[in-house]
Design a protein around this ligand. Structure first.
Ligand code: GLA
Length: 389
């Protein structure tokens, strides 16, 4: 991951592509995202509210006549070729498995020939900002263009979700690729993960969203993630014994969960409680953000964090510390961890007029109290994936 600005990143990629392949590329860009609220609800058919950020993965691409896909990853200084035919994904390193899985999925829908690719990005990796979904969506955008197929962001999000599962074994939800593919500048996306209907909620001018990187990275996250998902499924199975119309936690009311408590293990009960309450918070958050009630929006973010810490148990000491410091520093309406958890980033809702004094104070206190160099990014709600010539 580089810290280059958007323009620098594009310049570097154009030059690398020209040097390596002797032609000028086109660029497919896909942003990372920060989830404002609605955590671990997407795979329970629930609600989420992410926004795309002004950090992205960029794929410089051009056609290739021999059917092969040659991909150069500048961040790892590594180049690999995917031969035509059905590639064995396990034969490739992680990022390349992703390239192969997305290429295969696009090929199932459209005649994609060969491609030359140079890939780089400035989305922090493993930080809960969806660098991997951004990579998948940027690749899907490039391949769709090469296959001369119309871009459908929702179809692309679903394609990337399954490619990510194939490439990594993590049973991710739809939120991250959806945000990266379909976001709009200036807005957050209120997404119903069952119907995939979205509403764009403009971010009020007085609101600044600040990503707070704890400088810790998640470990063993994929098994813990799949375990959380399995616990939610156990809760659904227990509730279905009395109400077979329930297919996901999205359908469950708090009283119904309470009634089924004796039929499930404690862990399943705690995880389900979080999901059901979090869905309610997303609905409330969309309303209060749209009406500019930032105090209430911040309180909902605080409540979301507490629930992720106590009931879903995916927070960490550093995420708890940085959100605590954020809240205690004047100018902040609320703060919570963001993304899957177990390390990475948190997000704070801050008074835009005070963010310039607030941010260095939080950075400094976090450094002193944790001994780690936390970094804060005031992120701008950005557009989803697009191509530039
Ligand atoms: C990861 C997954 C998402 C979502 C979040 C938790 O980012 O990729 O689908 O489940 O965790 O909300």
């Amino acid at each position: 991951m580089s810290t280059l600005s958007r323009d620098e990143l594009q310049d570097v990629l154009r030059r690398r592509f020209q040097d390596r392949f002797g032609a000028a590329p086109r660029l497919a860009l896909a942003p990372g995202r920060v989830n404002l609220i609605g955590e671990h609800t997407d795979y329970n058919d629930g609600f989420v509210m992410p926004m795309a950020i002004d950090r992205e993965i960029v794929v410089a691409f051009g056609e290739r006549s021999d059917g092969q896909i040659v991909a150069h990853a500048t961040d790892f200084d590594l180049e690999l070729t995917i031969l035509t035919g059905d590639p064995d994904l396990n034969a490739y390193p992680h990022w390349m498995r992703y390239v192969a899985a997305v290429a295969r999925a696009v090929r199932e829908r459209a005649p994609l020939g060969g491609a030359n690719l140079v890939i780089a990005g400035n989305v922090p990796v493993g930080a809960g900002l969806s660098s991997s979904a951004a990579l998948g969506v940027a690749l899907a955008r490039a391949f769709t263009e090469l296959a001369e197929r119309a871009w459908d962001p929702v179809e692309a999000a679903m394609l990337v979700q399954s490619a990510e599962f194939e490439a990594t074994g993590v049973r991710c939800g739809i939120m991250d690729p959806y945000a990266s593919a379909a976001a709009r500048a200036g807005s957050a996306i209120w997404l119903d993960c069952r119907s995939l209907q979205a509403r764009y909620v403009p971010i009020p001018r007085e609101a600044a969203f600040v990503v707070m990187d704890t400088a810790t990275r998640r470990t063993l996250a994929s098994s813990a993630y799949n375990e959380r998902r399995a616990a939610c499924e156990r809760a659904v199975a227990a509730i279905r014994e009395s109400d077979p119309s329930v297919t996901a936690l999205r359908d469950v009311q708090p009283e119904q969960l309470a009634g089924a408590r004796g039929r499930m293990d404690v862990e399943a009960y705690m995880r389900a409680s979080h999901v059901i309450e979090e869905n309610g918070r997303v609905l409330a958050f969309a309303e209060v953000l749209a009406s500019g009630n930032l105090d209430r929006a911040g309180a909902l973010m605080d409540a979301s964090h507490a629930s992720l810490r106590e009931l879903y148990q995916v927070s960490s000491a550093e995420l708890n510390l940085i959100t605590e410091i954020a809240r205690a520093t004047p100018g902040c309406f609320g703060a919570r961890m963001t993304g899957a958890g177990f390390g990475g980033c948190a997000v704070a809702l801050v008074d835009a007029a005070r963010v310039a004094e607030w941010a260095p104070e939080v950075e400094n206190q976090y450094r002193v109290r944790s001994g780690k160099p936390g970094t804060l990014l005031h992120v701008i709600p950005s557009d989803g994936a697009h191509v530039v010539d």
